[in-house]
Write a protein that binds this ligand. Structure first.
Ligand SMILES: Nc1ncnc2c1ncn2[C@@H]1O[C@H](COP(=O)(O)OP(=O)(O)OP(=O)(O)O)[C@@H](O)[C@H]1O
Ligand SMILES: [Mg+2]
Length: 291
């Protein structure tokens, strides 16, 4: 008898395609679809440091929500609140329209919120397929004699990677030998396979070149096509513009701009990120140094 791994603590329903999700919640209420995740007036203080203040945002199913900001803007603090690492000092976190409080990242994962951290996403010395399962491998045989079903695990891993358009020839090769983009791709495919409704990606393209970034952006769109609500953290307004449906800009812990696809041009994002006046002041400073 073969037993397959349970995706997360509780089985999650398959992620609905975006139009169905919209239709389903349109029935429930006449207005817009219920956001998969929402923050309402959330602030987080570390002692006397207010890392983020009064943040209100929403993340819809089947869309990509980009959070843009410079170093220290509060991006990591924000995603740590979404993923259960931190609890808000003030304000509410809502999941599928209900106020929730997560004590640990495991609680968030059980609610279908998966986070891919840039460096901790995969174990470099472990093979691709072992990384894909990481403790959730399928087993075969009867209790108490149950064995790892390696053949089945490799097949599931290969199928899932191919479904996302990722073709890795040798699944036995250590993940450390893959490119940065491919490693991110394995982590994204894994989260989607194990039923993530919300996928949070912490700067997945920041260490990558142009081509590899393109690879990762493609998988971001693949996850969106499968109905996942993707939260994409980045410094890079060009990357955000290519995949984003909604854009939030953070500056020193505050939300300074919000844009929606179709009502924003790339230059708006670039300008908002560069912080217009600040950049001019810097140019002046550099000029005087060069003189
Ligand atoms: N655990 C903590 N204790 C004290 N201060 C913190 C803590 N975590 C974050 N901060 C502070 O909160 C502010 C926002 O930090 P955060 O890491 O969220 O920024 P970020 O946008 O992710 O920056 P980067 O792009 O450099 O990763 C910073 O001033 C930081 O020093
Ligand atoms: Mg950070």
């Amino acid at each position: 008898m073969t037993e397959y791994p349970q995706p997360v603590d509780r089985p999650l329903p398959p992620a609905p395609a975006a139009p169905e999700a919209a239709a389903a919640s349109a029935e429930a209420s006449d207005s817009a679809p219920t956001p998969a995740l929402e923050l309402r007036a959330v602030s987080k203080a570390f002692g006397s440091v207010l890392a983020i203040r009064d943040i209100t945002l929403q993340v819809d199913p089947g869309t990509v929500t980009c959070v843009l900001g410079d170093n220290g803007a509060g991006k990591s603090t924000l995603i740590k609140i979404l993923s259960g690492v931190h609890q808000p000092t003030e304000g509410d976190l809502l999941v599928d329209g209900e106020v929730r409080s997560f004590d640990t990242p495991r609680d968030a994962l059980a609610a279908g919120i998966a986070t891919v951290f840039q460096d901790l996403a995969t174990v470099p010395l472990m093979s691709v397929w072992r990384n894909f399962f990481l403790g959730n491998e399928p087993l075969r045989g009867m209790r108490p004699l149950r064995f790892l079903d390696a053949r089945r695990a490799r097949a599931v891993c290969r199928d899932e990677l191919l479904a996302m358009g990722i073709d890795i020839r040798d699944l036995e090769q250590p993940v450390g030998t893959l490119s940065g983009g491919e490693r991110q791709a394995v982590a994204i495919a894994r989260a989607v396979h194990f039923g993530a409704k919300v996928l949070i990606l912490d700067e997945p393209t920041s260490a990558l070149g142009v081509k590899q970034s393109g690879v990762v952006l493609k998988y971001v769109l693949q996850a969106r096509e499968r109905g996942v609500a993707v939260v994409f953290i980045t410094h890079n307004p060009h990357h955000a513009y290519m995949v984003g449906d909604r854009f939030y800009l953070l500056n020193r812990g505050r939300l300074t701009n919000e844009f929606v696809r179709g009502h924003v041009v790339r230059e708006d994002l670039v300008k908002a990120m560069a912080g217009g006046a600040e950049l001019e002041a810097l140019a002046h400073e550099l000029e005087s140094v060069n003189r």
